[in-house]
Design a protein around this ligand. Structure first.
Ligand SMILES: Nc1ncnc2c1ncn2[C@@H]1O[C@H](COP(=O)(O)OP(=O)(O)OP(=O)(O)O)[C@@H](O)[C@H]1O
Ligand SMILES: [Mg+2]
Length: 312
């Protein structure tokens, strides 16, 4: 029995730092300053953050049969994530995103590899739902799950398992692919401001354009350095922002939202209030900006306990 199952994308972020990213063909070679290989994928980053907070966590995902795939499983296992249900797709490559860093901004090139191929045949549904809460990261990228997502969440609901989703960005710019049938079944929807706009401003929007899809649902809008706002029944209820990064050097905001998600879920699983859970989410998000990639500076339970009271 797990506290948390995270299902979704697991890939590699290669952070690239340099001054001149322009490619010059004709076999011209240029120097970069450095590259850093990091655990990437919304689901993988969330799973790692949850494990660091002491939640018994499994990741349900797929990687390629290459160096990156085995490296990812090693990193996740080392952080305490159960990787039994990470499938290895023979003869295929792990997804890789090259993140070209420029100050606080970044440009990204992604080779999705096996990311979109995760499907129900890859995992055991009973084991997947042996948990208190299930979270799906990067709905849109996980195309193989689109036909089954309604069934997975419906079964989770019947079993009394808590449910959440972070759609992240839709590269097809359609903002549905069955998502609108899945959303009414989840307890918490996490999305950043641009994603909230695309998902909720569809004609049924009311105050501030955020009308939940079901009555007790919480919508959490992540707002970068402005923190996060929680909506219940269409009304904005709470905003939180933690001054953790003031005076600190921010490395990058890659994966901050995925760390936020796990912090919020952790709070709810520990029976903290909405307000405290939002705070824990913001602490996890802000803290992750202080290291490289999504997992370079994730907060641990011990460090969190110095900032907020966590019931035992
Ligand atoms: N520059 C920052 N300073 C302080 N806190 C930050 C900063 N960037 C992000 N955070 C914290 O992390 C949370 C999530 O970040 P963000 O809004 O970037 O989510 P996101 O767009 O889903 O991120 P991701 O890139 O992981 O998908 C924010 O709500 C905030 O609490
Ligand atoms: Mg996000």
């Amino acid at each position: 029995m797990f506290d948390l199952t995270v299902i979704g994308d697991c890939n590699v972020d290669v952070l690239v730092r340099g001054r001149d990213y322009a490619l010059s063909f004709g076999q011209v070679e240029k120097y970069l300053d450095e590259t850093l290989t990091c655990v990437g994928g919304s689901a993988a980053i969330s799973a790692m953050q949850a494990a660091k907070l002491g939640l018994k966590t499994q990741l349900v995902s797929v990687v390629g049969d290459d160096l990156y795939g085995s490296w990812l499983v090693g990193q996740l296992t080392g952080a305490g994530v159960d990787c039994t249900q990470i499938a290895t797709r023979q003869g295929h490559s792990t997804g890789v995103t090259l993140c070209f860093l420029k100050g606080a901004d970044r440009a990204m090139l992604t080779a999705p590899g096996v990311v979109s191929s995760l499907a129900t045949r890859d995992f055991d549904l009973e084991r997947t739902l042996s948990c208190r809460h299930i979270h799906l990261g990067s709905y849109f990228l996980n195309e193989g799950l689109h036909p089954e997502a309604v069934n997975i969440f419906e079964t989770a609901r019947r079993l009394g398992v808590g449910r959440s989703i972070d759609p992240n960005w839709d590269p097809n710019n359609e903002w549905d692919s069955n998502l609108l049938r899945v959303l009414p079944m989840v307890d918490y929807i996490f999305a950043n401001s641009a994603e909230v706009h695309h998902i909720f401003n569809r004609g049924h929007s009311k105050e501030l354009g955020v009308e939940p899809f079901s009555s007790n649902q919480l919508v959490v809008e992540k707002r970068g350095d402005q923190g996060a706002t929680l909506f219940r029944r269409g009304k904005s209820q709470l905003t939180s922002n933690w001054p953790l990064t003031v005076g600190e050097e921010i490395q990058d905001s890659i994966g901050a939202g995925d760390c936020f998600n796990s912090g919020f879920i952790f709070g709810k699983l520990m029976n903290l209030s909405d307000e405290q859970s939002l705070e824990v989410g913001c602490i996890c998000g802000a803290r992750s900006t202080l290291g490289h990639g999504g997992t370079g500076a994730q907060i641990t339970l011990e460090q969190l306990e110095r900032l907020v009271e966590v019931p035992r």
